[in-house]
Design a protein around this ligand. Structure first.
Ligand SMILES: Nc1ncnc2c1ncn2[C@@H]1O[C@H](COP(=O)(O)OP(=O)(O)OP(=O)(O)O)[C@@H](O)[C@H]1O
Ligand SMILES: [Mg+2]
Length: 192
């Protein structure tokens, strides 16, 4: 477990050290790659996340998905099921509020709820990924729970990261769910 924390610390430091210009270029390149990715162009309901802590900025991609009339959803901390996420529709006029993890999220309006079964594709945040598609997150287990039965739900999880977030090999816990794909500004990685 110590090793997991060390990797988190190192990689979070690396991505926070990217300059504004590097961040802007990465976000542009990623949006370009994403919009040429067949599963994304085919998708209508797409879960994304708002970037914090040096994560690749998803804003340029979100703006283009709105322009294409796609439904963009964001994760919201579940109000009474600890460690779980709900996904709510996010539109240009949706107000955002900061949750207890200091991440902006849409207000909990059940009319905007999109179930996992309704999602077509989920862009998944991560701290590090390895050459086998294993994923290390911030340590809450939120996405491990969300991704548990992704095949049955019928959506495709795609990790989103800077190139510097790739590591050779991650220690894997029994509850960790590997990703079938990870997109970085320079490359699409696929494992199945
Ligand atoms: N499916 C699950 N059911 C119950 N607990 C889980 C599940 N998945 C993960 N957890 C718990 O969540 C905790 C954190 O898991 P882990 O360190 O893998 O988080 P992470 O993958 O880095 O975070 P995240 O998924 O939020 O990005 C673990 O202690 C684990 O017990
Ligand atoms: Mg995990």
């Amino acid at each position: 477990m110590l090793q997991r924390q060390e990797i988190r610390q190192q990689v979070r430091h690396l991505r926070r050290a990217l300059t504004d210009e590097q961040q802007a270029q990465a976000a542009e390149q990623l949006a370009e790659l994403a919009l040429n990715y067949a599963p994304l162009t085919a998708a209508q309901n797409i879960a994304l996340f708002l970037s914090v802590d040096g994560e690749l900025n998803t804003r340029p991609l979100i703006a283009r998905l709105w322009h294409l009339k796609k439904t963009v959803c964001l994760p919201v901390l579940h109000p009474f099921s600890p460690g779980n996420l709900l996904f709510l529709r996010y539109s240009p006029d949706t107000p955002l509020q900061t949750n207890k993890l200091r991440i902006p999220e849409p207000p909990l309006d059940i009319r905007q709820l999109i179930t996992l079964d309704q999602l077509d594709l989920m862009m998944v945040p991560l701290v590090a990924f390895d050459h086998a598609g294993q994923r290390l997150g911030m340590g809450g287990g939120f996405y491990d729970r969300t991704l548990q039965n992704w095949r049955q739900h019928g959506f495709l999880p795609v990790g989103l990261a800077h190139d510097c977030q790739q590591v050779d090999s991650l220690p894997v816990a029994e509850w960790d769910v590997p990703l079938p794909a990870v997109m970085t500004p320079s490359k699409l990685w696929q494992w199945e």
